[in-house]
Design a protein around this ligand. Structure first.
Ligand SMILES: *Cc1c(COP(=O)(O)O)cnc(C)c1O
Length: 382
């Protein structure tokens, strides 16, 4: 089976992990801080905070922004459930903003309209989570302007998007957001097994994130609330989690990060090659804004809704590990049980009925791509 995504682990990666295993620290050692600095420097942010998953990053990101019961979080329905669950973890109410049928990202006209209405009703969100779906950046300037106008915080769920650029800035630079979160799950652009990173330019937020990822504890003398009692002393000042990354994982991430630009360049080539191979076939290929750089995490085609299921099954039966991203979050039984209904976000629903994610990862060969494209043509025309 050709999978839809897969990690690329080199001998150098394996060596880096083995070095940590032979060293004094397998967790909470020096490599974590090293990896945080590398990612922050790479994307041009002041701070990087490593965590054990992007989901954890979304959770403590919301906590650091003060999201709590009675508050509202908005996100896109076309995402993994984690983009919305983080609001529920904090006891907030979750709402969705429908997608743009061209980019599959949050729709700026819909967001603008929803802000205007919410402003009148007193139901503006405290936090907006935007998702750079497939690696294609959202319109951050427009989002940042609305955040300033209406006074809410912005988290970029950049789980798909490390290595990409919005205009001339790396995703993670946080010029138009408070926090940016990357995932290092093996299907994403670079991996640490499980893992993630939050980037920010705000020192107070960075401090909170560091505490929330480790039980709300600080060991920094300068930050103690009471007088220090000895060298053993630490303080729990708030209720945090154990969301720490290990040094074993950070070593893998640090080694992988060196190949980030190459990975994105290769993914771009693969995406362009699919564009060409599929141009004479009756499918819709992904939009990419030439002013941005997509990390090309996913390559999604749209087929006729009546044929999607059969097409998916045909490709799977032919050894192609296609996937579907995403079942709209509000259609999940859990979200239905808290009041969402089919019909609420028609663009995300219409998109979902047509989408198929094709295999895309750095070691995918031209022959494999040809095979995938031929099989799609076979299904549609034979
Ligand atoms: C993968 C993913 C997540 C969750 O990432 P983990 O590191 O597995 O927690 C969140 N949001 C989006 C958009 C994702 O693709």
């Amino acid at each position: 089976m050709i999978p839809y995504g897969r990690q690329d682990i080199t001998e150098a990666d394996i060596g880096a992990v083995i070095d940590v295993l032979r060293s004094e620290f397998v967790t909470q050692g020096p490599i974590i801080e090293n990896f945080e600095k590398d990612v922050a420097a790479k994307v041009g942010a002041n701070y990087g905070i490593a965590i054990n998953s992007a989901t954890s990053g979304l959770h403590i990101g919301c906590m650091a922004l003060g999201l709590k019961e009675g508050d509202i979080l908005w996100t896109s329905p076309n995402s993994f459930v984690a983009s919305a669950n983080c609001g529920l973890y904090c006891g907030a109410t979750v709402g969705f903003v429908d997608i743009d049928p061209k980019t599959y990202n949050i729709s700026i006209p819909e967001l603008t309209k929803k802000c205007e209405q919410a402003d009148k009703n007193g139901t503006l969100p405290k936090v907006l989570v935007v998702v750079h779906f497939s690696g294609e950046p959202c319109d951050m300037e427009a989002i940042g302007a609305l955040a300033t106008k209406y006074g809410f915080s912005v988290i970029e769920d950049a789980s798909h998007a490390i290595g990409g650029k919005y205009a001339n800035e790396m995703i993670g630079r946080c010029s138009h957001s408070d926090l940016c979160i990357f995932s290092f799950h093996p299907v994403k652009i670079i991996t640490t097994g499980e893992g993630g990173m939050v980037t920010t330019n705000d020192s107070a937020l960075a401090e909170k994130l560091r505490m929330f990822r480790t039980h709300g504890i600080t060991k920094e003398r300068d930050n103690f609330l009471t007088s220090e009692q000895g060298a053993w002393y630490y303080e729990q000042q708030s209720l945090g989690m154990n969301y720490r990354m290990t040094d074993i994982q950070a070593a893998l991430g640090k080694s992988q990060l060196k190949r980030l630009d190459g990975y994105v360049a290769t993914r771009q080539i693969i995406a362009q090659r699919y564009d060409g191979m599929l141009s004479s076939i009756n499918v819709i290929t992904p939009f990419r804004d030439s002013l941005n750089l997509s990390s090309c995490h996913l390559y999604v085609i749209l087929v006729e809704p009546q044929r999607r299921r059969d097409c998916f099954e045909y490709l799977r039966n032919n050894g192609i590990g296609v996937n579907v991203h995403y079942i709209p979050i509000h259609l999940q039984p859990y979200y239905q049980s808290i009041g969402f209904q089919k019909g609420h976000f028609p663009n995300a629903e219409a998109y979902y009925e047509r989408c198929i994610s094709l295999p895309i990862y750095p070691t995918l060969t031209i022959e494999q791509q040809k095979y995938v494209s031929e099989k799609i043509a076979c299904f549609l025309y034979e």
